[in-house]
Design a protein around this ligand. Sequence first.
Ligand code: 3PG
Ligand code: MG
Length: 390
Amino acid sequence: MQNLKSLNVSGQRVLVRVDYNVPISGGVVQDDTRVTASLPTIRALLEAGARNVILMSHFGRPKNGPEEKYSLKPVAPVLEGVLGQPVTFIAGTADSDETLAAVQALPEGAVALLENVRFSAGEEKNDADLNARLARLGDAFVLDAFGSAHRAHSSVSGVAGLLPHAGGLLLEAEVTALGKLLNNPEHPYVVIIGGAKVSDKLLVIENLLPTVDRMLIGGGMAYTFVKAQGGKIGRSIHEDDFLDKARELLARYGEKIVLPTDTLVADAFSAEANTRVVPTAEIPDDWEGLDIGPDSREAFTQALAGAKTVFWNGPMGVFEFEKFAGGTNAIAQAVADLGEGTYSVIGGGDSVSAINKSGQADRVSHISTGGGASLELLEGKALPGVEAMK
Ligand code: 3PG
Ligand code: MG
């Protein structure tokens, strides 16, 4: 990958694709992790004498042009706060002539944030005309949006073909950190996978199982495996289409796969539901599993002990409800407690917010800013954004 050092930015306008697709509610940014993560590249460019840094990102999935609720405007003051210098928000559509004029009028040293690049129709189609219009905004292009690197969109890979380009410091750090999970990881290597559906994570599970020593499976997807083994799972979430796949994986890698043995079940999908702890394979008919039980938390923690490499993606239960957050929090604690001798990586919005909430994020080796991007990388796929920086 071409890195920042290989790019001459002195006196240049540098167009930087960042991933500011952050949670915003009521016009207020709820988590600034992705904004903070972009600072090293912005600062490095300014220090290297860039004339301007022009930041470009998507936010949400608008389908019909500009829409107030998908505006990136609330991110500008947050960036200003963490960067410690003014940020000019340019409100026009990123590819408009007005935006080009506003960029050209920026004083030397100014940092600007463009409006949501998905307001332009061709963005997700990697439209050649849009690529050319975006390329007018800079003399050089830097891709720092690791979270979007799996998208072959105009602002990610398309514009890269038209300008001198390099990967930013975040992109480089992410690719290096996640790459260690694929290339000669130190053993024992333990992976914890959670989340609702087997179908979302199947390719990662299949790509990592041959390499890992243990794979702990929690969250809603565990019930598909338990049902595949003949267990009674009550009304728990599961995917009947994946029972055969689950059986195949259990037959082939059964000694590596660790499933929860007890479950916190609820009589309704609600924060106030009544709960009981039961064996995972004996869930009563009208109950559903919403978190791993205390024995499983203990067993998962034990299975992590002594690991040299750990990757965690996906919650162990419905952790949005306090009552069912115990399993996810226990895993966050267990991963943090592994300490310095373990290379630990956490990816995916839910697991990352669990470790952030636990206040122990600094005890983990790497926290990825990419959800889908980190999974695709671990599926063994080439990411279009990363490829474009080669
Ligand atoms: C993410 O939050 O996963 C990235 O920003 C990508 O967003 P997208 O799935 O809408 O492309
Ligand atoms: Mg290239």
